[in-house]
Write a protein that binds this ligand. Structure first.
Ligand code: HEC
Length: 110
């Protein structure tokens, strides 16, 4: 518990971007990247068969989501995605990390 607090106060040692990168990979729970991909582009979680045939469960593309959507998603219960206990500042760091990481992709929508 002490480590993240220390990191937060020490912008010199770890940048906001690195902090977001760290939280995206290790958000005190299952890594976001396991379902939303390395950069938030989304990826396959599991493939299975039921009576309708082959099914694919995917984590969504979150690269274009707003900060409000992200805070809401992280703080609520879903069928697949776990609920996290991250502060708004922590979610914002993840949000900023994804925006910076996908700068070029996001520019193509302007
Ligand atoms: C076990 C897989 C899994 C993990 C881990 C996970 N998600 Fe999700 N997430 C999903 C799925 C699937 C959805 C689609 C909605 C649902 O849950 O049915 C979703 C929805 C979302 C959404 C809502 C908007 C959208 O475009 O679908 C956001 C934002 C989001 N996740 C961000 C995150 C962040 C940030 C983390 C890490 C703190 C995370 N997720 C971890 C599977 C996951």
């Amino acid at each position: 518990m002490l480590l993240p607090l220390m990191l937060w106060g020490q912008e010199d040692f770890i940048s906001h971007y690195e902090y977001g990168e760290m939280l995206y990979a290790n958000p005190r729970g299952v890594s976001c990247s396991q379902c939303h991909g390395k950069n938030g582009e989304g990826q396959m979680i599991v493939e299975y068969r039921d009576i309708q045939g082959k099914q694919v469960l995917r984590g969504s593309d979150i690269r274009r989501d707003s900060l409000a959507v992200m805070i809401n998603a992280v703080n609520s219960y879903h069928e697949v995605m776990p609920r996290y206990y991250l502060t708004d500042e922590e979610v914002e760091a993840i949000y900023d990390y994804i925006k910076i990481k996908n700068q070029e992709y996001l520019l193509s929508f302007d």
